[in-house]
Ligand binder design. Sequence first.
Ligand SMILES: Nc1nc2c(c(=O)[nH]1)N[C@@H](CN(C=O)c1ccc(C(=O)N[C@@H](CCC(=O)O)C(=O)O)cc1)CN2
Length: 290
Amino acid sequence: MSAELIDGKAFAAGLRARIAEQVPAFRAAAGRAPGLAVVLVGEDPASAVYVRSKGRMTREAGMESFEHKLPADTPQDDLVALVDRLNADPAVDGILVQLPLPRHIDEQAVLTRISPDKDVDGFHPVNAGRLVTGLEGFVPCTPLGCLMLLEDRLGDLSGLDAVVIGRSNIVGKPMAALLTAKSCTVTLVHSRTRNLPHYLAHADIVVAAVGRPHFVQGDWLKPGATVIDVGINRTDAGLVGDVDFDSAASVAGSITPVPGGVGPMTIAVLLRNTLVAAHRNAGVPLAADI
Ligand SMILES: Nc1nc2c(c(=O)[nH]1)N[C@@H](CN(C=O)c1ccc(C(=O)N[C@@H](CCC(=O)O)C(=O)O)cc1)CN2
């Protein structure tokens, strides 16, 4: 292995510490803590772990955590009614509905019900539109976390060639929009792209969010490339990413591991978005960007 490891776990811990430092100023100005409501429907074990971590880290940052755990057979109307109550609750600055939802629930119907001003996941179409048009809004946590790791590693990204693998609304599309806003030349490729290695051969930055274990091969990469692996695939061999780590690490300049790379950034950025939401909702200016 010649690539340097990008330690997302350590970066995320630092970000959470910086957020926690800013919470007392918000409390003093607003007379209350920033509040995050997290809604879990069903018993998906991984989701339950993520929701527990979100609650714990929210409290550790000095914020208020409101957890709503609903049974798997909750009717969609009940979930929507809960979102409506959270939209109207002045103690709640951010609302997150943990995905995936059970199959009987129309995900878009629920996500579009969340007030865009409390949409700390950045999944509402209003926030997606704000992102592509360069307006202030909320950016999905995982791609914003990837961008933070990239800027920390590379500094100014302007002019770099970036390839994003995957076209989901949660990672691929917002990632491409964020890199475009940073003046990268962005190519978005996906499962139907022909001759994928052709595109990767010129990429200074590769963000893999395709959901296939060990998909990206080291000999597809440009030597020295910065590789961000968003994949979290549970296999018999444990948790693995979308990048074939061993072959990629011998070609890349730097690379995120799985676990310990992008994953921890997701919750740290969620806390960041919640603090930003609290400041905006309370009309209290943020002292510094985080
Ligand atoms: N409403 C949302 N649902 C989901 C999101 C999201 O951003 N909003 N993202 C994922 C799950 N997720 C947070 O919700 C998440 C995924 C992974 C991690 C993480 O820290 N991963 C660790 C490994 C942990 C493990 O063993 O599973 C790592 O990569 O090091 C945190 C949060 C889908 N749903």
